[in-house]
Design a protein around this ligand. Structure first.
Ligand SMILES: [Cu+2]
Length: 74
């Protein structure tokens, strides 16, 4: 399992957080998701053998937000 923090632009309220969390949770290999619209980021715990950051970023963009970078989480 691996955790990343992805910078997300465009979330403006708790509804955005929920929408993004729901979308990422549906991705195969994602274990848990926590979005923060105030901090402008989402933290994702996932199985690196089944999904990667590129796919996660693609999902974020598909939700209408912008994914602008990832950092290794703890
Ligand atoms: Cu919103």
């Amino acid at each position: 399992m691996r955790t990343v923090q992805i910078a997300v632009t465009g979330m403006s309220c708790g509804g955005c957080e929920e929408r993004l969390e729901a979308a990422l949770s549906r991705v195969e290999g994602v274990r848990s998701v926590s979005a923060d619209h105030q901090g402008g980021s989402v933290r994702v715990l996932f199985d690196p053998l089944r999904v990667d950051e590129t796919e996660l970023s693609g999902q974020i963009v598909a939700c209408g937000f912008e994914a602008s970078g990832t950092a290794e989480g703890t």
